[in-house]
Design a binder for this molecule. Structure first.
Ligand SMILES: N[C@@H](CCC(=O)N[C@@H](CS)C(=O)NCC(=O)O)C(=O)O
Length: 196
């Protein structure tokens, strides 16, 4: 299998953490931009990374939550098979991805020529980032201090916020979350996949 990847992408990094933590046989290939088509991300018509190319005649998989669920099922699943725990894990993963999306969308607003900035939407993204970090702080006591289906997304989003939205200074808003994050930062997969 091949993961079409871009090192800075928080969505791709979730997959890299999982591949490493589970020691899966997946080749990770860095892809570049393909002009107006987005990334040259293998068989993904959306032109986005990550994209997982599977062997044989099987179709490629995207977006990242689908890839993560597929990879997770290959070995020692982190995602509970059923019950409330499964929904909690999806929810935590989605909170992480939503945070990364807010940072990503903000970034694409502010890299434009300043005359084209839309202040209301920048504020909207900033609010989403702040509110989500605040919320995560309030539940940080329940977050597992190891990799899980939820924690990979949250950690990748927080690191991406450090990189692209450092004006928010999320550790100041969320000191308990910062302590939680500091524990996961020690894990070898964090160190090996950190691109920033
Ligand atoms: N919902 C998608 C988001 C993926 C995404 O937005 N990837 C960005 C890189 S961080 C990308 O490929 N952007 C290229 C583009 O849209 O042109 C997922 O979870 O996989």
């Amino acid at each position: 299998m091949i993961l079409h990847d871009s090192a800075l992408s928080p969505f791709s990094r979730k997959c890299r953490i999982m591949i490493k933590a589970k020691d899966l046989d997946v080749k990770i290939v860095q892809v570049g931009k393909d002009g107006d088509n987005g990334y040259a991300a293998g068989d993904n018509p959306l032109g986005k990374v990550p994209c997982l190319e599977r062997e044989g005649s099987l179709v490629s998989l995207f977006d990242s939550p689908v890839i993560c669920e597929y990879l997770d099922g290959l070995k020692d699943p982190w995602l509970p098979a059923s019950g409330e725990g499964r929904w909690k894990a999806y929810r935590a993963h989605r909170i992480g991805d939503g945070l990364a999306e807010a940072v990503y969308n903000r970034r694409y607003e502010v890299v434009r020529d300043e005359k084209l900035h839309w202040p209301d939407i920048i504020t909207r993204h900033d609010k989403a980032i702040e509110n989500t970090v605040n919320y995560l702080d309030s539940i940080s006591g329940y977050l597992p201090t190891k990799w899980s289906f939820g924690s990979i997304a949250i950690v990748c989003a927080l690191d991406y916020a450090d990189f692209r939205a450092d004006h928010i200074n999320w550790r100041k808003i969320a000191p308990k979350l910062a302590n939680w994050h500091a524990e996961l930062k020690e894990l070898p997969e964090w160190v090996a996949t950190n691109p920033y």
